[in-house]
Design a protein around this ligand. Sequence first.
Ligand SMILES: Cc1cc2nc3c(=O)[nH]c(=O)nc-3n(C[C@H](O)[C@H](O)[C@H](O)COP(=O)(O)OP(=O)(O)OC[C@H]3O[C@@H](n4cnc5c(N)ncnc54)[C@H](O)[C@@H]3O)c2cc1C
Length: 417
Amino acid sequence: MRVIPALEPSGRTDHLYQQFLEVLENQGFKGELRQDYGTRLVTSTDNSIYQVMPQAVIFPKDTDDLKLVLELSSEDRFQKISLTPRGGGTGTNGQSLTEGVIVDCSRHMNQILELNLDQGWVRVQPGVVLDQLNDFLMTHGVFFAPNVSPSSRATLGGMINTDACGKGSRIYGRTSNHILELNCVLSNGESMCSVLINQDSVEEYKLMTGIQGEIYRTVDEVVRSRKKLIHDTFPRLSRFMTGYNLAGVLNADESTFNLNALLSGSEGTLAFVSEARLRLTRIPRERLLLVVHYGSFDDALRDASRLVESDPAAIETLDEKILTLAKKDEIYPRVQKWVEDPEGRPTRTINLIEFSGDEITELEKKIHPICEEILKKRDTPGEAHGFFITDKAREILELWNLRKKGVGLLGNLPGER
Ligand SMILES: Cc1cc2nc3c(=O)[nH]c(=O)nc-3n(C[C@H](O)[C@H](O)[C@H](O)COP(=O)(O)OP(=O)(O)OC[C@H]3O[C@@H](n4cnc5c(N)ncnc54)[C@H](O)[C@@H]3O)c2cc1C
């Protein structure tokens, strides 16, 4: 890997990869196969600091295309071919970059396939973008709860494979908490449907032929024989981390077995997700957003631990650096009066605290003591000096959009790269 920027025309696709693409085409691959410099260059970066030039980029049309790609790559002659799935390319660690072939699931495999409101789930292809899904669900009064900042680009395939979570994870958890079923294509092109099963069924799954049986036998053996090591090693965090979550395979009393705990967060290294059935959450009827103003970052952080006790749906801190950068952004005039103190006290950091629920009175009960405390102590050094409350959807959206812009604003900081 190399640090950007590095724009240098590179040679043609390697002979083996060239051959791989030709055979794919001859065997009826329906999507697009691209080796042109422009397409490779675009997918040589994501939201990380890295740039890695792929040999080719392919855009599968459907699950059969994915199966064909993986089946072919498992042949002896193509053992050296490496494949990396890609969604929106918003990952921040270079997870979707490769020197091999990028398999971009976002261009064609982006359909919402089935909605079951009675049972509260939706079935999607991996290239569906989070905002696309939630815009569709909104009229039905439900939503997919894990919420990442780049929701306008991040795909469900990418969110599953990074076990993404964001605003609202305090109460809604992360993506893996909302997965009911994953349809995957394995490294030899085999299809696999993974759901939570009870312990009795594991023995049946272990008898399966092909890679699937091997997977169940291996995972069951590992999580049982290394139980203590896994228990002692894995941190118990509500916002987990990307990686193989061995601690999540068995439930507390070991009565259920969930392979999806491993698949989610596996960064595309275990299987290609071709479809997902996801649990939906009812949209709360009421929302209140509280913006609290502070003279310093330390004051805001110290206060955050008190604010969390009021059980908000989300809490986020925007520090002086981001607020200063935001002043030069087009969004600032729209949020200025809510993030600045009307009496002119310098506001260097803010906390955004959202409360949601079905009864506005319940939310007010949580928010009023906080506001009273601020009014009482606003002239005491180290305490918050002001606040703004809104229940207006547009204002709430604008304020969260300011938060969403945070990483992008930091990325635009002038200085040496
Ligand atoms: C400004 C900013 C803010 C962010 N905020 C958050 C946040 O709040 N919380 C958070 O968790 N993350 C956050 N992220 C990280 C990133 O947005 C998430 O990880 C997102 O879920 C990635 O989705 P994507 O579609 O862009 O995936 P990509 O970046 O394209 O891929 C991510 C991983 O998923 C794999 N993958 C993609 N599709 C498939 C598939 N069909 N089958 C198997 N593997 C697949 C890729 O190989 C790769 O390993 C943020 C990123 C940015 C730039």
